[in-house]
Structures are given as structure tokens and as C-alpha cells.
Design a protein around this ligand. Structure first.
Ligand code: FAD
Ligand code: NA7
Length: 521
């Protein structure tokens, strides 16, 4: 049988299945109630769009509402949500720009003749223009894709009128009423501002930085979560003075040994840290610069300094406020998030939520997308597969990147007890660091495993180059039940940094020095 005929057969079967699903649902909604749509999705970001497209692929009639309120300084953007416009994508591009700056200098050590190296400088407006051009092209492709896939896109702010009716408030403030059998809330979140005078008026957030017109200059980044560290990291790499203000600890929720190594590696790159401090005021000076005052959270000692920019990365709040959830009877709300069961269902059975808006799950694009797709399949194609939120790999794109999957060392010890957990660890020397003589002091990795039997791997942690690329495959291995026996019996790819996981031989318990002698021993 030719590939074409297999494809034709599969395509025909898919079409038949979709038509059957559509017919079934049309009949059932016709018998119960008649709604305009099978599904309305409120929020056209990673989770909402994935859910909408999968629902349409399974024969449903779907509308998606997406609306972006401008930031306090007026930044706004198009369809596609946080990741595409003000999150993962522009962040990764700026991270890449900053890494390239370092590579220019490294290239010279490899023999590249680069004229007047000391004048090599990033051009902020060219960079933001390139980043925004890419973002806009993605906005355009997203709109075309929605039109092609017959997802109705409505650029309006949605709220509930009743459990089956959503009102879209359009740009011109006119209102459009829509009804649906099922409703998915995928409204995501927006950055918070601290409660300090001048913070909102004079501060910016990650929503503004990727399209900021003037160069940020000397910048104070408030918050030591992963967005704060990433922003400070790329700003420093682009040549700006960057300081991180840490309220308590760095990278809460991550393995704390790794978090502290990330912070130390940032200090080595020249990023400043102010520890145990919160901003108390932001005052604009006559010259337009900002006088930022803070106090130490333990000693109450105060400090202040002039910066060009203050960027707040103090967490994100879920956008439940505008939804008027009370009109739909949705009460499963905690703080500003929506509590759902394992079917992503709220207390109202036909109203669901996915993505960053749900309580207690990783706030990551692939999580939102996967959950959205699986939900659509459960709603419209008879699937019963639920989202598995465990062991999701992630990466902090700090200058020296950190990726991990599974449990932190402290979480494993808390769950199984120190006597039942074995930690294999090692420093390593990436081959590509040798000629430029880059510091290898913070290139470190560890595997957290059960101590007995074949030693099931509970978590893997890696700090070094291209961390996300290294960790993705190990994420699949952990999902497949990776043990230390299998890991250490895996033949590495040489010379890579990922192979270091297959060479882990020293346990923390042994007390042996985890510093390597050579690259190939
Ligand atoms: P969103 O993508 O936020 O989409 C929600 C959409 O709904 C938005 O467009 C919003 O304006 C709209 N909306 C809100 N209320 C309404 C309403 N009432 N009516 C209509 N529309 C509404 N994740 C990663 O996996 N990797 C990364 O490297 C990464 N980096 C990040 C960097 C930054 C700076 C930030 C901020 C986030 C990053 N994330 C990253 C997280 C990722 O962006 C989110 O997890 C993801 O976008 C969540 O998708 P979502 O669909 O839940 O919400
Ligand atoms: P996080 O990960 O919630 O981190 C927020 C950081 O800001 C964290 O270090 C907090 O310190 C700190 N924070 C919180 N409030 C304040 C105030 N008022 N002053 C100073 N510092 C403060 O948020 P992110 O924005 O980095 O990322 C949110 C998610 O978006 C993340 O999961 C990504 O997936 C995408 P604390 O540890 O609480 O003392």
C-alpha cells in the first residue's frame, strides 16, 4: 500500500470520526437546549487556543474570546496570550541575544578576527524591533490559523451573564452575547506590582520590557523567581547594569542547592544582588531617573539608589476579576485562581479551566497546551485521558541555564526520608568552555534517586549550557520509569554535556570530591 493511500485512508477515517462526533453532539444539544456554540473559550493564549483548535478538529463549533488590557504604561499586544507576546518567546530571543554577545568575545579566542571588539555593543531599539517583528508575525499566523481551522475569534473581554452565556465587551464597549453548551476559562495571569508608592506609576514588568522604547539602562529587578532572574540575566548580557532584589530566597519551589548555584553564577557574571529587601518607594527625579528606596526585611535597615528602570517580577495574579464568575455560579476560587478537579472541571460541571489560571499547577506553556488539548478530546471525542501534571521538565533561562525534572533534593528527603534517598552529583567541564577559558565553577548536575533496588530516579537537575535541550529527553526517560541502573548503563554521546548524567559516579553520602579531573575520565 502506498504512503498516499495510507494517508488518504487515515484522513478519511478522521473525517468520518469528526462528522460522527459532530452529529452526536448536534443531536444531544438539539434535544437538550439550543446554544450558538458547542464551546466558548475565554482567553486566546496557549491553553485556550490549543483547546479550541482541538475541539474544532473533533467537530465542535467553537468561539474564542481574547482581550488584552494595556499595562499601566500603555503596552498592549495581539492574540496568542502571554507566551507568544510577553513571555517565553520574546524572553528566549532576548536570552539568545545576550548569549550571542558573549559568543562574539569567545569567537576571538577560537581565531575569529573581530574588528574593534571593545566597541561591540547591543542596539536596544534594533533588538526590540526584531523581537517585535517576530511576535507580530506569530500574531498574524495565529489569526490565519484560527480562520483556516474555523475557530471563531472574537477580540472582546469576556464575562459570564449566566452559566451558559458569555458577554464579549468589544473595544468600542459594545457588547455581544454568546451562548454555549460548554465553557473553558483560560484567561491566564498578569504581573503583580508591590504595594509601594510610585511602583505602578514608574515601574515596568515583563509585560513591558520586550517592547520598551528606551533602553532600560541601569535596572533594578525586584523579585527572585524565574522571571526576575531571567530578565536580570539577559539585561546584564546585553550590557546593562542589573541588580536583583531578593525578598527571601532565590527561586522558591526549585531545588535550593541548584537555586543558590544559579545565583552565584549570576554574581560571577557581574549581576548584583540585594538580599532580604523589599521596595518601599519609587520616586521620579527631575532628570527622569528613579530613586528607589528599600528596607531590609529582617533588620529594617533602609537603603536607596538611583536606577534608570525598575522591573517588578514579584509574581503573577490570575485574571478572575473581570469574569463575573458569580453569575455562572462558579465558586471554586482560591486567591485569584480557579480550583478544578482532575477533569479540569469547576464546581459547575460544564465550566472548565486550564492553564495558568488554575490553582496549584505548573505555570508553563506546554502544560497549558497539553491540558487544553486533552480537555477538548474528553469533551468532544469520548476520550477519558486526563492531564498528568507530575514530572514536568522546565528550564530557567539564566545566563548559565538551569533545567530540572521531577523532585528537588529537599522534596525527596521530605517525602522518603534522608536515609532512603541517594544523591549522585558532579561538577563538569563543557568542552566548548576550554578555549575561551570560561569559568566552569558552576557547571554542576545531580540525580536524586531512591536508595534501594535499581534506584528509581526521582529528579534530575542540571546547570550549564543549553539546559532545556539537555533535559527534554531525560523528562521522557523519567516518565518511563528511569532508574540509576539504566542511566549509568546508558552510553553517552561524546563530547556533550548531557552525557555527564551517564557518568555520575559520586554520591553526596560518600563525601568524595565531585570535581572532575579531566573531560574524558
Ligand atoms: P495566557 O497565555 O496568559 O493567555 C490568556 C489570554 O486570555 C491572554 O491573552 C489574556 O489577555 C486573555 N484574557 C484574560 N482575561 C480575559 C477575558 N476576560 N476575556 C478575554 N480574554 C481574556 N512558560 C514556559 O513554558 N516556558 C518559558 O520559557 C516561559 N517563560 C515565560 C516568561 C515570562 C516573562 C512569562 C510572563 C511567562 C513565561 N512562561 C513560560 C509561562 C507561560 O507564558 C504561561 O504558562 C502560558 O502563557 C499560560 O497560558 P494560558 O493559556 O494559561 O494563559
Ligand atoms: P514567582 O515565581 O512567584 O516569584 C516571585 C518572586 O517575587 C519571588 O522571589 C518572591 O519572593 C518575590 N516577591 C513577591 N512579592 C514581593 C514583594 N512584594 N516584594 C519583593 N519581592 C516579592 O513569580 P515569577 O513572576 O517569577 O513567575 C511566575 C510564573 O510565571 C512562573 O511560575 C513562570 O512559570 C511564569 P518570595 O520567595 O515570595 O519571598
Amino acid at each position: 500500500m502506498s504512503i498516499l493511500s495510507i494517508w488518504n485512508k487515515n484522513a478519511t477515517l478522521t473525517l468520518i470520526r469528526r462528522s460522527e462526533n459532530y452529529l452526536k453532539r448536534s443531536l444531544s444539544s438539539a434535544t437538550s437546549h439550543s446554544y450558538q456554540y458547542d464551546l466558548i473559550v475565554i482567553g486566546g493564549g496557549s491553553g485556550g487556543l490549543a483547546c479550541a483548535k482541538e475541539a474544532v478538529a473533533n467537530g465542535a463549533k467553537v468561539a474564542v474570546l481574547d482581550f488584552v488590557k494595556p499595562t499601566p504604561i500603555g503596552t498592549k499586544w495581539g492574540v496568542g496570550g502571554t507566551c507568544v507576546n510577553v513571555g517565553c518567546i520574546p524572553k528566549k530571543l532576548m536570552h539568545q541575544a545576550s548569549i550571542l554577545g558573549e559568543s562574539i568575545h569567545e569567537a576571538a579566542t577560537y581565531g575569529w578576527e573581530i574588528p574593534e571588539q571593545q566597541n561591540v555593543k547591543a542596539n536596544w531599539s534594533k533588538l526590540t524591533e526584531a523581537v517585535q517583528n517576530h511576535v507580530k508575525s506569530v500574531n498574524w499566523v495565529t489569526k490565519v490559523d484560527l480562520r483556516d481551522k474555523k475557530v471563531e475569534y472574537i477580540n472582546g473581554l469576556g464575562y459570564f451573564k449566566d452559566p451558559h452565556t458569555v458577554v464579549a465587551v468589544m473595544k468600542n464597549k459594545s457588547e455581544k452575547e454568546l451562548t454555549a453548551q460548554n465553557i473553558v476559562i483560560a484567561v491566564g495571569g498578569r504581573p503583580r506590582y508591590p504595594d509601594a508608592p510610585g511602583a505602578i506609576e514608574h515601574g515596568i514588568t515583563s509585560d513591558d520590557i520586550f517592547s520598551l522604547e528606551k533602553e532600560p539602562g541601569k535596572t533594578l529587578v525586584v523579585g527572585a523567581g524565574y522571571i526576575g532572574l531571567e530578565c536580570a540575566g539577559f539585561l546584564k548580557g546585553l550590557g546593562y547594569d542589573a541588580t536583583v532584589m531578593v525578598r527571601s530566597i532565590v527561586l522558591r519551589g526549585f531545588d535550593q542547592q541548584m537555586a543558590n548555584i544559579v545565583a552565584d553564577s549570576m554574581v560571577e557574571k557581574g549581576i548584583n544582588f540585594i538580599h532580604k529587601a523589599i521596595v518601599t518607594s519609587v520616586e521620579k527625579q527631575k532628570d527622569g531617573r528613579l530613586l528607589i528606596s528599600w528596607k531590609n526585611t529582617e533588620t529594617n535597615e533602609t537603603g536607596s539608589e538611583i536606577y534608570d528602570t525598575v522591573l517588578f517580577a514579584v509574581g503573577r495574579k490570575g485574571l478572575v476579576e473581570d469574569l463575573k464568575l458569580e453569575n455562572a455560579g462558579v465558586t471554586s476560587i482560591a486567591d485569584d485562581k480557579i480550583v478544578v478537579n482532575e477533569q479540569e472541571q469547576t464546581n459547575v460541571p460544564h465550566i472548565f479551566a486550564v492553564g495558568d489560571i488554575i490553582k496549584g499547577k505548573p505555570e508553563l506553556t506546554p502544560v497549558a497546551i497539553h491540558a487544553g488539548r486533552l480537555l477538548a478530546r474528553r469533551m468532544f471525542s469520548g476520550s477519558s485521558q486526563i492531564m498528568d501534571y507530575a514530572d514536568v521538565a522546565t528550564t530557567v533561562f539564566s545566563p548559565l541555564e538551569y533545567a530540572c525534572v521531577g523532585m528537588s533534593e529537599e522534596r525527596a528527603i521530605e517525602k522518603y526520608g534522608a536515609d532512603n534517598v541517594e544523591v549522585y552529583h558532579g561538577f563538569y567541564k563543557p568542552t566548548e568552555f576550554f578555549i575561551p577559558q570560561k569559568s566552569v565553577r558552576y557547571c554542576y548536575l545531580k540525580a536524586v534517586a531512591e536508595r534501594s533496588g535499581d534506584q528509581k530516579v526521582l529528579g534530575l537537575h542540571y546547570i550549564g549550557p543549553v539546559a532545556g535541550e539537555v533535559m527534554q529527553g531525560f523528562g521522557a526517560a523519567i516518565k518511563s520509569g528511569l532508574t540509576m541502573k539504566i542511566l549509568l548503563n546508558t552510553v553517552g554521546i561524546h563530547p556533550t554535556t548531557a552525557e555527564e548524567f551517564t557518568r555520575l559516579a559520586i554520591t553526596k553520602r560518600s563525601g568524595l570530591d565531585p570535581t572532575p579531573a579531566t573531560c574524558c575520565s
